[in-house]
Design a protein around this ligand. Structure first.
Ligand code: ZN
Length: 380
C-alpha cells in the first residue's frame, strides 16, 4: 500500500508490520462534532480497518485535548468545571462516531492524565537548550532547531500568519522569536494547574500530543495524522519537540497523513464562522449508512464542499446502474477494490467497486461484498 506522506511530499510505500501504530489528533471536547470531524475520523477508521485487514495488529491512539485555551474559555463562559464539560462532550462525541460505525480507538488518552510525562519532556528540552522560561511560561526556541518548517514547507511569513490565526500568539513580547511556541504555560487563577519546575501551570497544546504519542506508542510512529489544518503549527511543532529531545530516534513519524477540509456555504466549516453541519443533526434526517457512504465518496486528501441536497440523493445512489461488462469479472471487482485502497486509500473508487458487486449475480459477489463492507465500515 502507498500513502501520500506530508513529511517527504511524496507517495511512499507503507511497510505492513505485525504491530503498527496510528496516532490521530482527537477533539477538544467543548462542542458537538461537525461533518469535518465526521469526515476525518471516518477516513482514518478506514485506514485502520484496512491495515488490520492486511494483517497488522494496529494500536490506534486518538487523544482528547481536555486542557487547552478553547475548552477553558468555554467552561468559564458557561460557569462549569472543564472536566465536567470535557466528560459530557467526549461521551456525546463517542456516541456520534459510533452511530456512523467508527471503531473506537485502542486508547483515548486525556492530556490531563499525562502531565508528569509532559513536564519531564519539557524539562529535558530546556536542559538541552531548546526551551527557555519567561515568567512561568516555557517556550520552544525554534532557532535551536533548524529543521523547523520542513514538515509544512511554509515560508516564515506564512507561518507567522497561521500562528496568529491558530492561537500561536506571535505578538507575545516574552518570546525571543514570534514563532517560538508554548511548551508549558502559567495558569490563570481560575484555570487548572499542576506543579512544575517553573511554578504552577499547564501544558501547551502541541506537547500534549507528542508526549502522549511517544508514551503510548513509542517512536517512530507508523502514521500520524488529522485534519490538514493541523500541519502548521500543531504537527510542525510536535515534530520539533519530539526530535529535539536528546537521544530521540529518527524519524518521529513514518507517514504524515492529513485529511482535506470540508467547506460549507463557500467557507471552511468552522466554529468561528458558524457554518457548521453537526453530525448528530444529520443523523436525525439521514440513515447512518448513507452519511458514512457519502463521506467515503470523497477522497481523504481532497477539500470538498458539503451540500445536504447531495446527501439526500444517497438512498437513490443504491440503485445506480453500471455497464453490464463490469459483472463478468472474477470475482467481481475485488482486484480493483484492493488496488484502489492500496493507492493512497482511494475510497471513492473502492466504493464504486462495492456498488457494482452489489448489482452482480456472480457467485463470488456475496463474499466480496461482506469483505468490502467490513473494510469500509459499511457493515452496519
Ligand atoms: Zn494533536
Amino acid at each position: 500500500m502507498r500513502l501520500f506522506d506530508e513529511g517527504s511530499g511524496a507517495f511512499r510505500e507503507v511497510e505492513i508490520r505485525p504491530r503498527m501504530t496510528v496516532y490521530v489528533c482527537g477533539i477538544t471536547p467543548y462542542d458537538s462534532a461537525h461533518l469535518g470531524h465526521g469526515f476525518v475520523y471516518t477516513q482514518f477508521d478506514v485506514l485502520v480497518r484496512y491495515l488490520r485487514h492486511l494483517g497488522a495488529n494496529v494500536v490506534h491512539v486518538q487523544n482528547v485535548t481536555d486542557v487547552d485555551d478553547d475548552i477553558l474559555r468555554v467552561a468559564r463562559q458557561r460557569g462549569v468545571d472543564y472536566r465536567e464539560l470535557a466528560e459530557r462532550e467526549t461521551r456525546a462525541f463517542e456516541r456520534t462516531m459510533g452511530a456512523i460505525n467508527i471503531t473506537p480507538p485502542t486508547h483515548s488518552p486525556l492530556a490531563s492524565e499525562f502531565v508528569p510525562q509532559i513536564v519531564g519532556e519539557v524539562r529535558a528540552l530546556v536542559e538541552a537548550g531548546h526551551g527557555y522560561e519567561r515568567d512561568g511560561t516555557v517556550y520552544f526556541r525554534i532557532a535551536s532547531w533548524p529543521p523547523y518548517g520542513e514538515l509544512s514547507g511554509l515560508a516564515r511569513e506564512e507561518m507567522l500568519q497561521l500562528a496568529a490565526e491558530r492561537g500561536g500568539h506571535p505578538e507575545d513580547p516574552n518570546k525571543d522569536d514570534p514563532l517560538d511556541f508554548v511548551l508549558w504555560q502559567r495558569s490563570l487563577p481560575d484555570e487548572p494547574s499542576w506543579d512544575s519546575p517553573w511554578g504552577k501551570g499547564r501544558p501547551g497544546w502541541h506537547i500534549e500530543c507528542s508526549t502522549m504519542a511517544r508514551s503510548l506508542l513509542g517512536q517512530p510512529l507508523d502514521v500520524h495524522g488529522g485534519g490538514k489544518d493541523l500541519i502548521y503549527p500543531h504537527h510542525e511543532s510536535e515534530r520539533a519537540q519530539a526530535l529535539a529531545l536528546p537521544g530521540s530516534p529518527e524519524p518521529f513519524v513514518r507517514h504524515w497523513m492529513h485529511a482535506g477540509t470540508v467547506h460549507m456555504a463557500g467557507e471552511k466549516m468552522s466554529k468561528s464562522l458558524g457554518n457548521l453541519a453537526f453530525v448528530a443533526d444529520l443523523l436525525e434526517r439521514h440513515a447512518p449508512r448513507d452519511i458514512r457512504t457519502f463521506l467515503l465518496r470523497q477522497h481523504y486528501r481532497q477539500d470538498w464542499a458539503f451540500d445536504e441536497a447531495q446527501l439526500e440523493q444517497e438512498p437513490a445512489m443504491r440503485s445506480i446502474r453500471y455497464a453490464p461488462d463490469h459483472f463478468a469479472e472474477q470475482p467481481p471487482m475485488r482486484e480493483q477494490f484492493f488496488g484502489a485502497l492500496d493507492e493512497d486509500l482511494d475510497t471513492p473508487s473502492a466504493l464504486r467497486c462495492l456498488e457494482v458487486a452489489r448489482l452482480s449475480h456472480h457467485p463470488g459477489a456475496p463474499a466480496f461484498i461482506a469483505e468490502a463492507e467490513s473494510i469500509l465500515g459499511l457493515d452496519f
